[in-house]
Design a protein around this ligand. Structure first.
Ligand code: 4AD
Length: 444
């Protein structure tokens, strides 16, 4: 079916011709002998006028019965009208009613509790629709870069037997008579897949049972992860910088009108984004980051992990994203490559303007003996999984990857909602997806 969308009829050469659109009532004004509608669809808005003298009684009565968000199909003549919000107006000849609608419970100035309760209706809000479109483009363009560069998309499992990151933040689920968890990261499975495909990426939901409620934490988020054989940390950093710049640059081109709307809501100016794309991104060692923070009077010591406040302050010192590299081994995951000096070959990508971490990545520990020692040191060797009637070490299969043709490799995970939050300059992560999972929020 070839549908006609509002954006397709806002055209000079259709003026004077009959047009037809389907949509929802966005605004409505009854002026006794005429009713003005503004109709919306996923592509825009258009004004429509129903004149009592121009239509039969049935159509006129129908026009009067609509509520905000009622659904309809309109047929009429397209006219130019300077006073209309998008410069055009449809003079209505016929209305097909789908649903008059009931009084809409949202007016646009609701408190967060009401928005939560009516989330399923609130998601029609214009600026939120803009965010969804920007997010769509960011993801599409990110994928495009990896596909063009020869990476394969793969589908790792969500029900898993071991923790990629940290055992305390797992959601436990019943898997028949076994215990399983909802995945925090596809990383370990992507590491297995590089031996088959070389360079792989995946997009999966990731689950974190973190107790903290902050403006950048969700319990369920979309995780874009990559893993590549033979890649060292420098290769990974290069791929990340190139792919994110490509995604941002194309998204700016594709979403001009959405960014124009968002400017008045969140203050995001695309000039700022163009700047991030044009300048080289900063690579800074953790050690130097700590020095910088200390010089700024922050109470932090070498060996401390950076919290969101420290990340915010550090990012405010630079006008581009920062790859903060070579963290102390104790504050990072067991699978990162050991440099031998107490640091690991990793980076966190900190988004500028105070946003902080949007990616975690590293070169992986690919040497069997060192990985084996670390699994023991982290006490992960006590974790077991059931395979048939046997109970085996949960990380035994992961160690096999270092027994049968191990190679240097690296990978990273990007939180899609954190990326979107930064690009759209939003305050809270919850409005980067339709149905956020937040502790204490609605679950439906
Ligand atoms: O730094 P994290 O925990 O790294 C990993 O999961 C690695 N295994 C990824 C990999 O190397 N394949 O998480 C990666 C990213 C973070 O930088 C952040 O953007 C996002 O995932 N993230 C969250 N986003 C929203 N809510 C949360 N609670 C998040 N926790 C992590």
């Amino acid at each position: 079916m070839k549908e006609t969308y509002i954006k397709d009829i806002l055209k000079e050469d259709l003026v004077g011709k009959e047009v037809s659109i389907k949509g929802w009532v966005y605004r409505m004004r009854d002026m006794k002998d005429k009713v003005f509608f503004v109709i919306r669809d996923p592509t825009g808005i258009i004004q429509a006028v129903v004149k009592k003298d121009n239509v039969n009684e049935n159509i006129w009565n129908d026009a009067l019965k609509f509520q905000i968000e009622g659904s309809l199909e309109l047929k009429g003549i397209l006219k130019k009208d300077e006073r209309a919000p998008t410069g055009y107006e449809i003079e209505v000849k016929d209305i097909k009613v789908y649903d008059y609608g009931q009084p809409f419970p949202l007016k646009g100035d609701e408190e967060i509790d009401t928005i939560q309760k009516y989330r399923h209706l609130w998601i029609r809000t214009k600026w939120f629709v803009d965010i969804l479109k920007v997010k769509h483009s960011l993801l599409k363009n990110l994928r495009e870069w990896y596909i063009n560069d020869g990476w394969y998309e793969v589908q790792p499992p969500i029900l898993v037997g071991n923790a990629a990151e940290n055992t305390t933040e797992l959601f436990e689920v019943k898997y028949f008579d076994q215990k399983a968890y909802l995945s925090q990261s596809a990383q370990l499975y992507l590491e297995a897949l590089i031996f088959s495909l070389g360079k792989v990426y995946s997009l999966t939901p990731s689950f974190r049972a973190e107790f903290s409620r902050t403006k950048r934490h969700l319990h369920e988020y979309w995780h874009f992860e990559i893993e590549a054989a033979w890649y060292h940390l420098e290769d990974l950093i290069k791929a990340v910088e190139e792919s994110l710049k490509y995604s941002i640059e194309k998204t700016i081109e594709e979403r001009k009108s959405e960014f124009e709307d968002l400017k008045s809501i969140t203050g995001r100016d695309i000039k700022e984004l163009k700047d991030f794309v044009e300048k080289p991104w900063k690579i800074l060692k953790y050690e130097d980051g700590i020095k910088k923070l200390k010089d700024l009077g922050i109470n932090i010591r070498y060996g401390d992990d950076l919290g969101s406040d420290e990340e915010r302050i550090l990012t405010q010192q630079f006008d581009v994203p920062i790859f903060l590299t070579y963290y102390p081994r104790e504050v990072k995951a067991f699978y990162m490559y050991e440099n031998g000096d107490g640091t690991v070959k990793n980076f966190d990508l900190l988004a500028p303007e105070g946003y902080g971490e949007i990616i975690g990545g590293s070169e992986r520990e690919w040497r069997y003996n060192i990985l084996d020692q670390k699994i023991k040191e982290w006490k992960l060797d006590s974790l077991k999984i059931e395979v048939g009637n046997e109970e085996i070490d949960a990380y035994e299969w992961y160690k096999d990857l270092r027994r049968y043709g191990s190679v240097p490799h690296s990978g990273m995970g990007l939180g899609l909602e954190r990326f979107t939050r930064w690009i759209c300059k939003m305050d809270h992560i919850r409005d980067t997806l339709a149905f956020p999972r937040l502790r204490g929020g609605w679950l439906y």
